[in-house]
Every structure is written in C-alpha cells, then in structure tokens.
Design a protein around this ligand. Sequence first.
Ligand code: MGD
Ligand code: MGD
Ligand code: SF4
Ligand code: MO
Length: 578
Amino acid sequence: MNTITACPLDCYDTCSIIYTDGKLKGLTEGFTHGFLCPHLNHYETFSRIEQPRFKGKIITMDEALTHLSGIMKQNQKILHYRGTGNFALMQEVTDHFFSSIGATLTNGSLCDGAGEAGIIAGRGHNDIMTPQQIAKSEVVVFWGRNPHTTSSHFLPLLKDKKIIVIDPIKTKIAQAADLYVQIKPHGDAEFAMLLSRFLFIEGAVDEEFVLEHASEYEEFYELTQTIRIKAVLDNIGATLGDIGKFLELVKGKKVAILCGVGIQKYLDGADVMRAIDAFGVLFGLFGKEGCGVSYLGSSKRGIDSPFALTCKTKKVSKVDTRFGDFDTVFIQGSNPANQMPNTSRVVEELQKVENIIYFGLYENQTSQMADLIIPAKTFLEKNDIRTSYSTHYMYEMPRQKVSEIGISEYELTKYLCDAFDISLKNEEDYIAHFRSFAAKNEEGILEVKGREQIAYENGFTTDDDEFLFLEELDSDRDESDDLYLLTCKSATSLNSQFKVNDKVYLHPSLGYEENQLVEVSSLSGTVRLHVALDERLRADCVLIYSGTSGINHLTTSKKSYEGNSAVYEQNRVKLTTI
Ligand SMILES: Nc1nc2c(c(=O)[nH]1)N[C@H]1C(S)=C(S)[C@@H](COP(=O)(O)OP(=O)(O)OC[C@H]3O[C@@H](n4cnc5c(=O)[nH]c(N)nc54)[C@H](O)[C@@H]3O)O[C@H]1N2
Ligand SMILES: Nc1nc2c(c(=O)[nH]1)N[C@H]1C(S)=C(S)[C@@H](COP(=O)(O)OP(=O)(O)OC[C@H]3O[C@@H](n4cnc5c(=O)[nH]c(N)nc54)[C@H](O)[C@@H]3O)O[C@H]1N2
Ligand code: SF4
Ligand SMILES: [Mo]
C-alpha cells in the first residue's frame, strides 16, 4: 500500500502524508511542502496502550467488549465525552450508538468557541482565508497565534511579506517581525479599538465598504471615542508609535489578520474577536482577494452528519461537565483529567462515577482513573476522511497498515449496535456520505462544495446582512496585581499527546533560579513545577504550556459569556517559593 493519507491531529496544517516502508513522509507537492512536524515524524515511536484492561487487569479485546456492552445494558445514566485527539470524521460514529440509547452527549468547546461566537455575532458565519488567499496578501498579522509551533506549514507562504505580531510572548515569528507589540495579556480588544479610532482620525476608513456592509459604523466610532488613549496604551503595554507603525504598514496593502486562540481565553473572548473584526471591517478587508480577518474555521460547515442525533439527545457542556451526575462515562479521544479546566473539580467529579471507560491511544491522567481501558487504532490502521479548519479541502484517509492492536471507532460502534439491535450502515457508506459533500477541483483535489473561494465575497450573513459592531466593551476588567497566566501550545506536544512539558516559564527579572521548584496558585488551585527562565516573556506573566501535568489546577471552569467555551487565561496566579 502506498496511498496518500492525512494527519489526523487537531492542527491548522492538515498535512498530506505518504506512508512507505514504515515511514511517514510529507507530500512534496502542495501545502505540506514535503515536511511533517515532530509529532508525526516520530509518530510510531510513542508508546501506546496495546491491551485492554479492566480494573487494572489485562484482558482480551473480546472480554473488553463484553464488559462494555454489559455496562451499557445496565440502563443507567451514561455520558459520552468525546475530545479532539483525532480530528477525522469517523470519530463521530460513536455518537450514533450513544444517542440511540438515550445517553447524554456534550456541547461547548475547550478550544476556539469564544472567538467563533464573536465572529458569528458580527459576521453571521465563520469563514477563513485559505492558504491560497494568504499567499496573495502583502502584510500578515499574527494576532495571538504562534505559527512556528502550531502551523509551521504556513511559514513558506510568508516569504517577502511584511509581518506584524501581537503577542505577550516574543515568539520566533515576533523576533523576525516588522512590528512586534508585546501586548499585556487581554489587552487586545482595547488595542483593536485604538487602531479603529486612529483609522477614523486619519481618514483611512473604507467608506464605500462600510456604507454597503456595516452602516452602523458611526455608533462604533462613538464607542472607540470612549477609550482613553494614553492611559489605555500605558496599561496594555503598547505605544502611539505602535499604532502609527501598524497603520503605516497596512495602509493601501492587502492585509491578512490571522487570529489564534490566544486572544480569546477570557470570559469576554467573543468581544475581543469582535473588536479585531471591527477594525478589519472599517479597513474594508472582507470579500477581497488576499485580505481578511481569519480564525480557526468551522471545519464541518456545509457537511451534514450521517449520524443524526435524535431530537431528544441531551447535551451538557464540555467545560464544566458534572461527571458525578452519571453512572457511566465513556471518554473517547480526550484527556479531560488534564485538559479540561479546573482539574481538582474534574477529578472530584470523576471519582464519583461508577464506570469510567477510556477509549484512546495513550496512557494519561484520564486512563489512570479509568475502570475499563480500550485501546484505539491509529489513523494508519483504520479508514477515515477529514476536513480542516484552515482549508476547504476534504482529505481521504485510507488504511495504510493492518495491526493486531486496538479497535476502530466504527468496529466498536458496530459491536455495540449489534448488541443493542440498533441499525448501522457499512463503514464505506458513511465515508461515502462525507465524501459526497466534496468534489474534485481543477487540480484534482477534493474540496468541500459550496464554500466561497474568497471569504465573504457574497457579503455577511447576519439577519440584515450587515456587520454588527460591538455595542459596548466590558470595562469590568480584573485589576488584580497577580501575575497573568499564559497557557498556549508547546512545540513538542499536541495538547497532552506526545512529549509534554513539565516547567513553569518565568522572566529572569522575577528573581527565581533556573530549575527551582515553585508553587503556582490561583483561585482554583495550585501546581508545583520547576522554573525555566525565559527572556521572551513579560515580567508580569507566567507561562505553562498546554499538556503540562497539573496546569489546569490553575484554571477556572467558568464559561465564556458567549460561545460556551473554556477560558484558560482568565485566572491570575501567584508564585511561592517552596
Ligand atoms: N505543536 C502544537 N501544535 C498545535 C497544538 C499543540 O498542542 N502543539 N494544538 C492545536 C490546537 S488544539 C489548537 S486550538 C491550535 C492553537 O494554536 P494557536 O492559535 O497558535 O494558539 P496558542 O498556542 O494557544 O496561542 C497562540 C499565541 O497566543 C498568545 N497569547 C496568549 N494570550 C494572549 C493574549 O491575551 N493576547 C494575545 N494577543 N496573544 C495571546 C500566546 O503567547 C501564543 O503565542 O494549535 C494546534 N496546533
Ligand atoms: N491549560 C490549557 N488547557 C488546554 C488548552 C490550553 O491551551 N491550555 N487547550 C485546549 C484545547 S485548544 C484543546 S483542543 C483541548 C484538547 O484536549 P483533548 O481533547 O483532551 O486532547 P489531547 O490532550 O490531545 O488528548 C487526546 C487523547 O486522544 C486520544 N486519541 C488520539 N487519537 C485517537 C484515536 O484515533 N481514537 C481514539 N479513540 N482516541 C485517540 C489519545 O489517547 C490522547 O490522549 O485541550 C484544551 N486544554
Ligand atoms: S504540522 Fe500539524 S498537520 Fe502537519 S504533521 Fe504536524 S500535527 Fe500533523
Ligand atoms: Mo484546540
């Protein structure tokens, strides 16, 4: 076998992969540029769960499945909690079984939900700038997004472009930028409002565009007037020079503003996104080649699920799930005991559950709490298909190898459906169903049908087809003197998969020593970690990467005001020497 497949991970890049002689290689043609990142370069060297276990004892897969259906038949309160460890579409097949038996599913987001809610409130729907469009821009703004770590395949697109970076951490892209603003965490909405205000002052608003698509811009102008220029700039760590340089770099140019999840890990994350969008609208960046404000897209837009849930299917939020309300919790492709916010709450809730079933590839904090562990198959060992949050392509993922280890999501569902007399189509039928929402483009690449090549070329889709500006800015900011918690993605892990980091990163001026053990605490809890000194940080920030064991003891399980999303950077933290 030597066909093309795609990386299954939750990542902007969605690399195309050739599997030959037991090696994974990036496709040379196209966006993958012939290289993969460390996760996939070493994919088959990470040790995985090979055998099922029940209450700590190794069992066969047949025994595991018998236990599984036995537990399901006890007709108790069941929760199906599915994460994004594998982003391909056949992961959803399990929903078919669980909704059919009346189990509860989840809604909400641990990831990009607040930002997406802001986009939908303003624009009507969330569309992206594809890599082809980004390639056509002259200036690229990375706003709370770290491409060297989280989307390295976008880097080749940046050649000869001007780069602007707005990030509290002086990331690698910031070091090479034409303008870098080391903004205070959560200062973005105000910075965006000031950029808008100066667009008005300099007469640089795209009048033609706003008259047609955003007629309430004058009310928004009034709102930008309420921001006190000097006091706010001092507070968020930016200068008038930054505003001037920003506008000088973008005026008259094709500009792509690429926002990452970094801007929206706060209660008012939706408003931050909307404030940045407002600047894009005033500047006329939508519906034009090489221009736009782009975030993580809705990867399933235009694709109906074949796993129709019954209208009675109950859902609870992924952010603050009360696991203790259920007798059985089936966890798939996720590590809630480390990745959900407020770990002590999560663990306390999970401890109340009679049967925790973990269906995954790797051992982690959640598998350690599970009663029944069922190993999954890797993407190389099962058939699948996927979409992406950065492109409009659909990627086929045919099986590349046969393995004795694990069971696929489809096979597990088939077993359960048979045991419960629930009808289930063939695997190929479901994959064909997904594929039917795509068609080959001129280059022979499968692309989701009905999506615009240039985002918003047919305008916005709010009720009156106009962009809706933010009407007020939450001034109820926390004025605490405690340090800001930054928790973003690490180069060596994909959230908690692969090689996780175990440090707390601090600016040297805080006076701690390399490798010193410290306690970091917040309103939610504490974690002890060794220090790594890091000049790239602001002195008022503490950085702990996603995936670090215990990081989410520090985070709150409050949900964003809009978008039912986790807010990992809302809590402030204190340091104590031990
Ligand atoms: N290597 C690797 N790649 C990944 C992942 C991974 O774990 N590892 N995870 C994948 C997933 S699930 C996702 S959602 C994407 C996310 O990828 P990104 O969107 O890049 O998100 P983050 O790394 O969380 O944060 C990006 C940047 O936001 C900055 N930031 C934090 N707070 C603020 C703020 O208040 N304002 C501003 N302006 N910036 C801020 C951080 O310093 C960081 O540099 O990456 C995907 N790709
Ligand atoms: N502090 C902090 N917390 C965060 C974040 C942060 O930036 N900071 N980021 C948040 C974000 S953006 C996200 S998306 C979430 C991600 O959080 P999770 O959805 O929990 O994702 P992972 O940590 O990647 O864990 C996924 C698990 O999926 C399993 N898996 C992988 N492939 C397969 C498969 O094919 N089948 C099955 N059945 N299982 C598989 C693996 O065993 C792995 O342990 O974390 C969130 N948590
Ligand atoms: S860069 Fe992203 S899509 Fe590409 S191989 Fe790595 S994790 Fe997969
Ligand atoms: Mo994510």
